[in-house]
Design a protein. Sequence first.
Length: 153
Amino acid sequence: MAFNELVEKQVAKLVEPIVTEAGFELVEVQYRGEAIGQVLRIVIFSESGISLGDCGKISKEVGYLLEIEDLIDQAYHLEVSSPGLDRPLKVARDFQRYRGRKVTIILTDSSDKIVGTIEDVLDDVLILQIENEKERFPLSDIVKARLVIEFNK
């Protein structure tokens, strides 16, 4: 496992109780080099939305805990944010939340984009309505998935 992945897993395990206790869901932890240096990004979600104040509160608590635990031995920038409209869908819970919405997926064995409407997720298998057919895709075969953003006219 790469160092960045190890940091992401350790940080996720450490901060998930803080995020959950605040009433949010931990969507993703990213640790990567960017133009400003190393960035530790914590992405949180709530059905009712995430405010700037929510991000600030979580950032303060997580920053304090990370300082105490000393998991990362180099300088980094901590960012806490919401996933946004084009959030990646990764686990069954993500797909279930957006049943009835259009999604674009890319599978491990192809770079082709598949677009369909989320019907359900059963036993870690995504069921998409594509035109007049229901097709099944194991979540483990999905490399990338995002909601299709549709604007009403």
